[in-house]
Design a protein around this ligand. Structure first.
Ligand SMILES: Cc1ncc(COP(=O)(O)O)c(C=O)c1O
Length: 381
């Protein structure tokens, strides 16, 4: 079992930060690497040709280890989830009447490209909303998704856990159903990868897209995308010199090259070598690989389970443990608790959570403790 890791972060003692789903704090080590990386460009002669490739490869390898990808060359560096999703959407052809399935109130960066694609081909965006009542909500929602996948479904684009309340989706079952209907499965792992185990080998998604600044503990504006072999022959969004074959040979760059770097190499964002952000994200993912996502889940469970029982007794709805993540969950209030009053209490106590839709979103990590949850529960009382 992991122990509390707060000493590796700079979160102040008076702050109860339960909002990793909004943005993670940096590890001290990531911050230090960031400072050093910024300073490196004061001495540009120290940036070598190798620096353009070596760290990005290391980053892709470290990410591959985290999510069990066989070949790191299936990974591309992206600046945002929207970019990673657009790369897939731009390479899909649909027939009129086809369906793209998403879940209700899904994060917009995994919606707009699909809306556009659906409009382009006269296809339908099929939105599977959460059940209206709380009775076996997570189970019913998963069931509704499975039932909605049929011969017209071309793409299922969804997360592993819902960003607003942590509802856990059974991707193994969903993948199985998509396979029987030849539908693509595109996963936005932003709110799960790093804190919740994910195995590309087991789930076999067609793409896995992750922003780096939440559960990967990295900086803003850099993320990672896995594309399966079937998707790696497509058209990239842009044409960057570094994504072409032999770009390592700086002397030959104007021998314009028609071929791309292998596999997902064509989908890297321009200036993928980002000398400041790349080493920071490497360090963060190394730490996650050491901790292991399963142990992050276990730790988050151990510090939150008593509080969750108490909140349920106070009339709050929190999803069944089997259908929610441990690092991210929603608290739906009973009518007897006034949201505005609660918000004021949180502010006074320096408790940071998010308010998403009707849920209070609580998202702990290894820097949190049981005491943080006791403090949270006192506000409800
Ligand atoms: C599920 C999910 N996906 C993606 C993002 C970020 O998207 P982007 O990287 O396109 O800004 C967020 C941010 O909150 C999110 O919660």
């Amino acid at each position: 079992m992991l122990t509390n890791q707060k000493e590796l972060f700079r979160l102040p003692e008076h702050v109860t930060y339960l909002n990793g789903a909004y943005m993670s704090p940096f590890l001290k080590s990531v911050e230090a690497i960031g400072h050093a990386s910024v300073s490196k460009k004061c001495f540009p002669y120290e940036v070598t040709g190798n620096d353009f490739f070596e760290n990005t490869n290391r980053l892709k390898q470290e990410f591959s280890k985290l999510v069990a990808i066989d070949d790191y060359k299936n990974v591309a560096i992206i600046p945002a989830v929207s970019y990673g999703i657009a790369t897939v959407a731009n390479n899909i052809k649909l027939n009129a009447g086809d369906e793209i399935l998403v879940v209700g109130e899904q994060f917009p960066s995994n919606i707009y490209s699909w809306q556009k694609l659906a409009n382009q081909y006269n296809a339908t965006l099929q939105i599977i909303s959460a059940p209206a009542d709380f009775n076996q909500r997570g189970q019913q929602w998963n069931q509704a998704i499975l039932e909605a996948i049929h011969e017209k479904t071309s793409v299922v684009a969804m997360p592993h856990v819902h960003w607003a309340d942590g509802t856990l989706f059974d991707l193994m079952a969903i993948r199985e159903k998509t396979k029987t209907h030849n539908a693509l499965l595109i996963i936005d792992g932003t709110q799960s990868v790093g804190a919740l185990p994910f195995s590309v080998k087991e789930i076999e998604p067609d793409a896995l897209i992750c922003a780096g600044y939440k559960w990967l503990l990295g900086p803003y504006s850099i993320g990672l995308a896995y594309y399966s072999d079937a998707l790696t022959n497509g058209n990239p969004i842009e044409e960057n010199w570094i994504n072409r074959k032999n770009s390592e040979d700086f002397g030959g760059l104007v021998n314009y090259e028609p071929e791309y770097q292998p596999k997902a190499g064509r989908y890297n964002v321009g200036e993928m070598s980002n000398f400041t952000l790349t080493p920071m994200l490497i360090n963060a993912i190394e730490q996650l690989n050491e901790w292991q996502p399963q142990r992050v889940q276990e730790y988050c469970k151990s510090i939150s389970e008593e509080a969750i029982q108490t909140l349920r007794k106070l009339g709050c709805f929190i999803e069944d443990d089997a259908f929610r993540a441990q690092h991210l969950f929603g608290i739906y209030l009973p009518k007897t608790i006034n949201l505005e009053k609660l918000k004021a209490k949180f502010t006074k106590q320096n408790i940071f959570v998010s308010f998403r839709g009707n849920a209070i979103r609580v998202s702990p990590h290894v820097y949190n403790s049981k005491e943080d949850f006791e403090k949270l529960v006192r506000c409800f009382r």
